[in-house]
Design a protein around this ligand. Structure first.
Ligand code: FMN
Length: 320
């Protein structure tokens, strides 16, 4: 993983797409999977693959005039986390490039001293704005909890995160992601950090079509829960659960799924799909008017980490 100062003119997203189109063709031959971030005028590129492949890509990238001052931040051997050949993210924050640079330099020094954190941790320490309470806490995992929210229809998950930001007077950070698919679809994801005193909780709204993106899947093992805001429509809700099961299929650690539904909701079928995907499913029905506050009030008590069941402690499919 390296960071570099971007030095091109013009819109970021268009340039990232140009890089992707080229890299997708070249990296496959080198068996290299990549996640590319653009934030505060910096690029961060995370590559995974055989050493020869990674060196070949680095050789190409180092000569590119669209960035300069490459700083190596991480290098290690281990299983792949990036499940897709390509993912990319643009994070919009108010942070200045000089502040981002400080984090880059700290990580570079740690790398030089031989400290080797998990690559996902390096990525997070770079892409989390300094002003967030989560920055200090995210290294201490039992005080920092990540929760994803995905809605079966509409944008209720994003409304809930926006509402949480307003209620707690906390900044909502906007990111855009894209994967390998050439159809150009890119997805939004917003998050907010909430400090409840006992735990700092990052609540991340994820678009339904963001679940297939490699970068999403690379970070999914670090989520304690995925909250599904269900619609009551069996087909839509079933599709969302299937997307989640597919996203988790290669993960060693899987989040607990919280299914929140308006009455009536077919939790039994969703539970079966979850179990086939070795996911723990907790359900909760909401009656009456459903808005951001109602969703959150129903979800929050189920997020208590000390109560989170693991799949191994649940009855096996068919046992009941
Ligand atoms: C930030 C950044 C990341 C890049 N990532 C890749 C990559 O992963 N793979 C790749 O082939 N090219 C990547 N490129 C493009 C290369 O730098 C270079 O332009 C391209 O590989 C051209 O080399 P070629 O003419 O030998 O194909 C990246 C460029 C930038 C600015």
């Amino acid at each position: 993983m390296y960071a570099s100062l971007s030095s091109f003119d013009g819109p970021v997203f268009a340039e990232m797409h140009r890089i992707r189109d080229h890299a997708l063709q070249r990296n496959v031959a080198d068996e290299v999977h990549v996640a590319l971030l653009h934030q505060s005028g910096w690029f961060v590129e995370w590559m995974e693959g055989p050493p020869a492949g990674v060196h070949a890509v680095m050789g190409r990238v180092a000569r590119d005039a669209r960035h300069r001052g490459l700083q190596l931040l991480h290098s290690s051997g281990g299983p792949r986390r990036l499940t897709e050949p390509w993912s990319m993210a643009i994070v919009q924050t108010r942070e200045r490039p000089t502040d981002f640079a400080r984090r880059v330099m700290t990580l570079r020094e740690e790398h030089r001293k031989g400290l080797v954190p998990d690559p996902a941790t390096v990525w997070r320490r770079l892409s989390t704005p300094l002003t967030h309470p989560g920055v200090a806490e995210q290294a201490v995992s039992d005080r920092f909890q990540r929760v994803m929210v995905c809605s079966a229809q509409g944008a209720d998950s994003f409304d809930m995160v926006r509402w949480l930001g307003q209620r707690h007077d906390a900044e909502v950070v906007h990111r855009r992601f894209a994967g390998s698919r050439a159809d150009g679809l890119d997805v939004a994801t917003d998050y907010v950090d909430l400090d409840s005193g006992t735990v700092v909780r990052r609540v991340i709204a994820m678009a339904r079509n963001g679940l297939h993106i490699g970068l999403t899947q690379a970070f999914l093992p670090d989520y304690s829960h995925v909250i599904l805001l269900l619609s009551g429509d069996g087909t839509r809700d079933g599709n969302l659960m299937q997307r989640l099961v597919a996203a988790c299929v290669r993960l060693a650690h899987r989040p607990v799924v919280v299914g929140l539904g308006p009455l009536p909701c077919d939790h039994a079928t969703l539970q079966q799909t979850a179990r086939r995907g070795r996911l723990v499913y907790l359900d909760c029905d909401l009656a009456g008017r459903i808005d951001a506050q109602a969703w959150w009030d129903a979800a929050e008590p189920l997020l208590d980490l000390s109560l989170a069941p693991s799949f191994d402690s649940m009855p096996l499919p068919g046992a009941d």
